[in-house]
Design a protein around this ligand. Structure first.
Ligand SMILES: *Cc1c(COP(=O)(O)O)cnc(C)c1O
Length: 498
């Protein structure tokens, strides 16, 4: 069963938690109890395929889904067509550090791991909770999440997805990734405004009870594909186990030995999944939380004081440019032994004052579990160059933040535990920064985005990810453009309400 971090909702089964996304009155769903695995059960994963490990983990959290249903979701998501040969392969650098490549999905970003399977969980959830209405997923995107959500939801029965992005506010590659998406339930709309305009319009629609009633009467219900949905977090626990099993298989560590995981962090979903894996019994020594110049989490873990009253930086690792890490609430709920009063206090403070401070005991527990650091944009570029020159291996900017913070961690602590850095994006997704790092800024002059893809290929010999290749030759299927005050009208038109 799933309970609310704020103690303000009756417990529900997985299907209901996934359908609702978040607790209606505020708060996030977490498992009432974290299932554990014995050493033997973990060792038995060595040599198994990713899909089999996924089945062993996911079923522990979804007792209202049959084994057949879970298997079907896994096969729909994690197949060769979507991910190629391996779902989450490891690469070993010369110094023994492992890189866990989480970007082999259709959009070249790690969000595919969750967004390829979550829509199937949701589609089944609708049947289980006997929701007759068709679900309409509304997404506001500044670029990346939109495509990952479109790919995940396309052609999933019982669901329509509408994505809004700022007109001329995303890269050409991102725009084409979205506008060439097929599927008979996908809609993409360019909004003449910025990301906040898209986001706010969607929030208004979600919050308008009258409008929601109209939608319900016409047979629709709104939902979101946010990273706070438990259905997005759960699939991420799996790759911690698969990475561990793969390292044991290679002989680098013996079963039972500990490993560290380094995680480039934004909304705290990825690293939280690592924490759940640890609580389930996976031998994790430290979780290293890596941030860019938006180092609100580094400061929080150092001081116990979370303060979003600070400047926001736009960096070359944009998916980590975040000042509110939503999933932190789940982590704090877990490490305070489900102290809903503390959580209510802290997150009310955060909403009202923009900051909160945890008690000493909580801070001490955080210190035992996590180590936090940050990297500047310059650090990021020099790390990409250094790793490329010494290993002939290309990092994207987010993963480079992780590698740099790991170097700092080793320097400060001397810890030589076997370590995995989770790699969250294919370097071609952030090709300009990567070309600048490996060659120089001049290499970008006068080139459009497609020429920069080719330049990176020339420099490194790395294959261009199939999801990014030949985008400019694909057929554009979505061309809707609207004014920022017309978003609701567009939703009406798409759903043929009028
Ligand atoms: C979303 C994202 C992150 C941050 O992950 P969280 O789970 O939000 O902490 C890091 N890197 C990339 C490339 C991402 O897309």
């Amino acid at each position: 069963m799933y309970i609310s971090t704020r103690g303000n909702f009756d417990k529900v089964q997985a299907a209901e938690a996934i359908k609702l996304g978040m607790v209606p009155a505020g708060g996030l769903f977490v498992p009432e109890q974290i299932p554990t695995l014995s050493k033997d059960e973990i060792n038995s994963m060595i040599g198994l395929r990713y899909q089999e490990i996924a089945k062993k983990i996911i079923r522990l959290y979804m007792s209202d889904y049959s084994t057949d249903e879970i298997t079907q979701c896994i096969l729909n998501a994690y197949n060769e067509n979507n991910f190629g040969q391996s779902i989450a392969p490891l690469q070993r650098l010369k110094d023994g550090t492992y890189i866990l490549e989480l970007w082999h999905g259709p959009t070249a970003a790690f969000k595919d791991i969750a967004l390829q399977i979550m829509p199937h969980f949701l589609s089944l959830a609708l049947k289980k909770v006997k929701a007759d209405n068709e679900i309409v997923i509304l997404v506001a995107t500044s670029g990346d999440t939109g495509k990952a959500a479109l790919e995940g939801f396309k052609n999933v029965p019982g669901i329509k997805i509408i994505v809004f992005y700022p007109y001329e506010g995303v890269s050409k590659v991102q725009e084409l990734q979205m506008s060439t998406t097929d599927g008979d339930n996908t809609y993409v709309v360019a909004v003449k405004g910025n990301f906040d305009d898209c986001q706010n319009a969607i929030k208004d629609i979600f919050g308008d009870e009258g409008y929601n009633q109209v939608l319900n009467l016409k047979g629709f219900e709104l939902s979101s594909a946010n990273s706070i949905n438990w259905g997005r977090l759960l699939p991420q626990i799996v790759y911690y186990f698969s990475a561990y099993a793969d390292i044991c298989m290679s002989g680098d560590i013996k079963a039972g030995n500990k490993v560290n995981f380094v995680v480039p962090t934004g909304n705290f979903g990825n690293i939280l999944a690592g924490y759940y894996a640890k609580q389930m019994g996976l031998p994790i020594n430290k979780l290293v939380c890596a941030s860019n110049e938006n180092k609100i989490l580094t400061d929080f873990f150092d001081t116990g004081f979370y303060n979003r009253n600070r400047s926001f930086f736009t960096t070359n690792s944009p998916s980590m440019d975040i000042l509110i890490s939503s999933n932190l609430e789940r982590f704090l709920f877990e490490i305070t032994n489900h102290d809903k009063d503390k959580i209510n206090q802290w997150f009310t403070d955060l909403r009202e004052k923009g900051c909160f401070e945890v008690d000493r005991r909580t801070k001490k527990i955080m210190e035992e579990i996590l180590w936090a650091g940050f990297a500047t944009e310059e650090n990021t570029l020099s790390t990409i160059k250094e790793v490329f020159e010494s290993n002939d291996y290309v990092l994207d900017t987010h993963t480079a933040v992780g590698v740099k913070v790991y170097q700092d961690y080793v320097e400060k602590t001397g810890d030589n535990t076997c370590t995995v850095v989770t790699s969250t994006a294919n370097p071609y997704k952030f090709n300009s920064a990567v070309v600048e790092a490996i060659k120089d800024k001049e290499a970008l002059y006068g080139k459009d985005e497609f020429q920069i893809l080719d330049e990176l290929h020339l420099l490194t010999g790395m294959e261009i990810h199939p999801g990014l290749k030949d985008l400019d030759k694909r057929q554009v299927l979505h061309e809707l453009v609207c004014e920022k005050n017309q978003i609701r009208v567009i939703v009406d038109e798409i759903l043929q309400l009028k």
